[in-house]
Write a protein that binds this ligand. Sequence first.
Ligand code: ADP
Length: 753
Amino acid sequence: MDHLHLRNQERDLRDSVSTRLSLLRATLEGNITSNAQLVQGLVASISAEPDLSAGKFEQLAQYLFKGRSQLRNIGAAPDLVIRYMYPLEGNEAAIGLNYRDHPSQYEAVMQARDSGNLIFDGPVDLVQGGQGFIARIPVFLEENKTGKEKVFWGMISAVIDVEQLYTASGLPDLAQEFDIALRRNGVVFLGTDQVFNQHPVVLDISLPDKSSWQMAAIPKGGWSAASGSPVFFRLGLILAAILVLLPLIAIGVFHRKNRDSEMRLRALFVMSPVGITLNDYSTGRFIEFNDALLIPTGYAREELLDLTYWDITPQDYAADEARQLETLLVTGRFGPYRKEYIRKDGSRYPVQLNGVVIHDASGRKLIWSIVEDITERLQAEQALRESKERYQRLVEDIGDKFVIYSHKALTGELTYISSGVGKVFGITKEEAIGGFWDRIINWYPDSLEHAYFIATQIAQGKIDFVQFEMSFIHPDGNERTILASAHPANDASGDLCIEGIAEDITARKAAEEALIKARREAERANEAKSQFLSNMSHELRTPLNAILGFSQLMELEDLNNPHLKYIKGIKSAGTHLLALINEVLDLARIESGRIDLKLEPVEVLPLIEECFNLMRTQADKRDIQMMHAALAEKVLYADRVRLKQVMLNLISNAVKYNRQGGKVHVEARESEVPGYLRIVITDTGIGIAEDKMGELFQPFNRLDAAKSGIEGTGIGLSITRQIVELMGGSAGAESALGAGSTFWFELPVTALP
Ligand code: ADP
């Protein structure tokens, strides 16, 4: 359409151009012809009067120039030499010009002479300036003398001013709108070649010499520009196209959407894990259903399509079914409705249905139903019920010291309580449920306050689990304490509740308290004992010193005294008593923590040697050898005096409880504890029975030594271990009866961090 429209427009335009151009042609042709005609008049005059004077020529020419000719000058050249010229002014140069001397003009002149007719030439550049068309007319004399041949007189040439001719013909006006070109014999003399190449309107202009010009015109800027902008037409076209296409597209989109949504719905239908079926309302026949419905029935698709839902519904549901149909009729929908379907193999399975009535295009009533196979759900429900019951029994059987509870977080209303409530709180379950936990029990105020605080924290989500004690007065009048746990939960109605367990810990608490009390008392008694011993030892030593001193004096005074034996007995008993008192005092001081330790690095070897020296006499008496090994340069971080006491104690025991000719061996070994050194004292003595090992480090326990007659107090090892422990170490022993004993202690080698 656009193309046609353009063609039409162009044609219209060409028509109008053609009309305008025809007009131009007519005036051009008219003007040229009339100018030529004027000159023809002159020719006639000359033919009649060949020897005309210059004056006569001027007179004739002047006549021609009157009126509105576009003539610029007229010259006459008898015998081809220009002799006459009008107007002379400005054209003097032409007088005397011999055409024979100007080949180009000569040719034209000859052509005119030979043809005997007017030749219209040009445009040519004029000597006087400007351009002109030249009409050349040969003049022949009417030669009557011979009567045969015409005698050639010469040429008359008239110059027509190009510009004037064009202007008079109205060409400049037209040239404002059109590109105009003129050509003669293929040579363009006005305008450009281009015009002829652009599909112009072309007209022939007939010239007086029977030749012709071709005039071509095109609108300025070409045809398309002139045809006017097709924008509006095209906009119109587009608008029309849109008007036609839009509804088509809309219909297409609508169709596609329809198809898409149908596809989506179908995919849902096919993939749905829940059975979906369409049945005829009146017959109950299956029309359409998905696999989720088909598969549990055990039928093939074709088989089920031949059945109605009545066929797979057990008879027992007839009444229910009728009721559902009634609802369907009234409300247009039914369900949720639980019933059973019969499988192909005759077994049944539970289903839950929901459905609506719809009408198809033909107005037939149909039922769309969603059919859920609820076998698994029922099983789960059953399992849940059973586990709930089991849990319930568990809760109820938890024991009469425990109460499981649940109360609303906001109101405190008890929604559940286990049967332990009777024993623990002295109220019945019926009294408790529906009551408020804070009112039905006679709580102590501080317990209540604490519990309120906790309940608030739980309700605000700040606590997930908490355990706390609460005390109350039981209806039997006794104070009781429970240990309650609490955590947030949601009850059956979805409300926030607090639940947990309360355990009656009254008895346990009483026992604990008794225990704590007993321990405190024991500690107090022990302290008192240490204090007492410490004091007593002081008091005892004073009189004992007197006894020992005087018995010593008596021993020295009279050596023959028969009572000397008694005095020795007194002295020996006194010495033992003093040792005992000293050790008791020491023990008491250690136990009551009243000893000062000055810890420093102490070289082991010199100390051991000092101890050996002290024990030498006693060891020699029974031929006991004392040796040491690996002690050189060994250092312990300890209190020097107390370390010597420990070593002396162990070495003296190793000697004391050794056999005749036995051995005592002391050596340093690496400890299992990093940074510690172990000193091991081994003897070859009587050893210790395995069942006595446990009593070894108990104060005043001499095992069986008391019976053996070996002197001792039974305190040494106890003191030893306590001192070692005070200095950050440990002590122990291994022994076997008859095989000798090994005692050891270990201490840090440098200051403890
Ligand atoms: P004491 O030597 O004054 O009786 P101790 O506390 O030093 O008291 O020792 C406690 C008991 O351990 C001793 O009475 C003795 O029966 C036993 N005992 C200690 N050292 C040895 C040892 N080297 N060999 C065998 N028995 C020992």
